[in-house]
Ligand binder design. Structure first.
Ligand code: PAF
Length: 272
């Protein structure tokens, strides 16, 4: 695996590269990221990943500073799993960066309490897409809203890039893999697995979706010690609240804090 520690190192060789599939990350890699690298292997292109903790997408300075870092093991993991190129830019990637304003659906779900988060995500991705010019870029569907916003942004602005979503990878307990899980104690991890159980319960009540069901599940999570940011059932493409499973695919999405750790997860309900 070739490693580029600056933009200029990468731009110097860029013209010699063949077509690329891009898997952007903020590091602290786990099997969820590796599943995206494995998905990338299904295409003929060489694989490029990036590790950059993008401060523009953190609206909480503490969260940014606390973000787990494990560069050495990240490099090892990517190398072992067949990534061909790794870009690790320094902060100067943000110099004179063109700021992107995400569309209004970025204000729902995770955007409600994290103003500017998706502006920051699209801003850095726009920079990476311009720099790398990939044929394909792959995103995990655990961050479903991010996946959707990136997909729509790319359809509008980059006709040559295809966005592909990778399924969420889970521990045996159902807990969705996340870099933030490293900040949980074993006891908290156990509690955190209830998030997926709640999503599955709602899925099994697909024919009986209503506010009462949501309120009960929220109360249940709160009782377990979560501070629920949102638990929503919404249209899977507009992200508007909806129970209309007869006509639309729906998304059940949740974000909740356990101690200081913010966890998100979701499940899709396909229309009846
Ligand atoms: O999902 C992430 O890890 C980040 O939001 C991304 C896509 C790497 C942009 O910084």
């Amino acid at each position: 695996m070739k490693i580029y520690n600056s933009i200029s190192e990468f731009t110097n060789i860029k013209d010699n590269l063949t077509e690329l599939t891009f898997v952007p990350t903020m590091g602290n890699l786990h099997q969820g990221h590796i599943s995206l690298i494995n998905l990338a292997k299904q295409y003929e292109n060489e694989i490029i990943s990036s590790i950059f903790i993008n401060r523009l997408q953190f609206n909480d300075k503490n969260d940014y500073e606390k973000y787990p870092k494990s560069l050495e093991s990240d490099i090892e993991l990517l190398e072992k799993n067949g990534c061909d190129h790794l870009l690790i830019p320094d902060e100067s990637i943000l110099d004179d960066i063109k700021l992107i304003k995400a569309p209004s659906k970025s204000k729902k779900l995770c955007g409600k309490n994290r103003p500017g988060h998706f502006d920051g995500v699209l801003t850095i991705l726009n920079r990476f897409f311009k720099l790398i010019n990939p044929k394909i870029s792959i995103f995990g569907k655990k961050d479903y809203q991010q996946f959707l916003l990136v997909k729509e942004f790319v359809i509008k602005n980059y006709s040559n890039i295809k966005i592909i979503g990778g399924d969420t990878i889970r521990e045996d307990s159902g807990l969705a893999l996340s870099s933030r899980n490293n900040l949980l104690s074993e006891k908290e991890k156990n509690i955190a697995s209830s998030i997926y159980k709640v999503l599955c319960d709602i899925k099994s009540s697909k024919n009986l979706l209503n506010t009462e069901l949501l309120d009960n599940k929220k109360k249940y999570l709160t009782k377990l010690g979560f501070e629920v940011d949102y638990l929503t059932i919404c249209d899977a493409s507009t992200l508007e609240d909806s129970f209309s499973i007869d006509t639309n695919d729906l998304l059940v999405a949740v974000a909740a804090k356990l101690g200081e750790v913010r966890l998100i997860d979701n499940i899709l309900l396909t229309k009846l």
